[in-house]
Design a protein around this ligand. Sequence first.
Ligand SMILES: [Fe+2]
Ligand SMILES: [Mn+2]
Length: 432
Amino acid sequence: MTVTWSSGYNIDEAVPFVEWAMKGHHQAQSRSPAGTLTFTQNDMCGGAARGVGWRDPGFIHTAFLKNLWPNMVYMYRMGHMLQNGEYVWSKTYSFKASPYPGQDSLQRVIIFGDMGKGERDGSNAYSNKHPGAINTTDTLIKDLDNYDIVLHIGDMSYANGYISQWDQFLAQMEPISSKVPYMVASGNHERDWPNSGSFYDVDDSGGECGVPAETLFYVPAENRAKFWYSMDYGMFHFCVADTEHDWRIGTEQYAFIEKCLASANRHKQPWLIFVAHRVLGYSSNEWYGLEGSFEEPMGREHLQHLWQKYKVDIAFFGHVHNYERVCPIYQNQCVNNEKSHYSGTVNGTIHIVAGGGGSHLSDFSELDTVWSIHKDHDFGFVKLTAFNQSSLLMEYKKSSDGEVYDSFTITREYKDVLACVHDGCEPVTLAA
Ligand SMILES: [Fe+2]
Ligand SMILES: [Mn+2]
């Protein structure tokens, strides 16, 4: 587990660390050292971030808590040892250690994108750009005991170069991110800036060009400036892509995606999940309809063969601010007529847009798409529950009441993943 926090102390002023122990085992306390990072105004690429929006972020500390016992609850607090030998302490928090990779136990994952922040006093002084953010946050806080990990799949704070808004957003998320692993993907509002290496040459990050997000969030990427990584969580294997860098065939990221998908041992990790910010699969969103692509151009053209070959169960996307569930699909064809329960061989991937975390909603196209099973123009999030290695539940909940408005189940045996399907077969020889 990693613990990240910020302070005003650089490394020559105080020594940052985390003190932690298994709950009820106070005598077996450990201390883990923390690394210290920051960023400066000159690290910003332009726009508000380098000008009127700049604010010194202080110092960002990350500690690695290792050798955790799976599923055990730990207590922890952050400390700084000052030069005069005195200590400064945070409050005490707790978390439950992650399951061992492949471990068969109840595992619950929350997924959403595009949340942003709100003003608790209702002032929304500048504009009410993220009208669902507080509702989503509060609904998740109320339910904290009923999930194990959160994936926020891009467009997190929408600080857009106004750096203090990252503080505001992180304070809003703290009740959640201090208790369960809070994993993120990079979106256009984290990364994009003209002539800065982002795949889209637009100014959506307000000049941040990814620097605050890469520094504030520890993710197990080889290079956090390239925000793609793989993540094991019990029976889940997640491949998190970075849509703001080129993913097409022949790129470094494409090679990573294939390696990540191939590295799931489906006997131990049956639930293979692909995650990305922009919709690389299918969405009936209005602007994708106007483009006629119903996706980000060049998305599935380059990636659908991988999703099929490696039998990805579900692909999640944000960027479009609504909810939509698509049939199990390959090459624009639904491969299964079922709507609420799936079983048998894995012959297509289910695509889900879960971008209704809180930012202003996106409209659906008036054109009917044959592959769309459920659309909701509202704020919400997704919960995946793996009961064991053969049973998965997907639920879509609205932020307003936390109730379930769409769901399906998958029942699976190992042989169903191994079985040969169209464009997803291992070679066989006639030699005996
Ligand atoms: Fe967004
Ligand atoms: Mn976006």
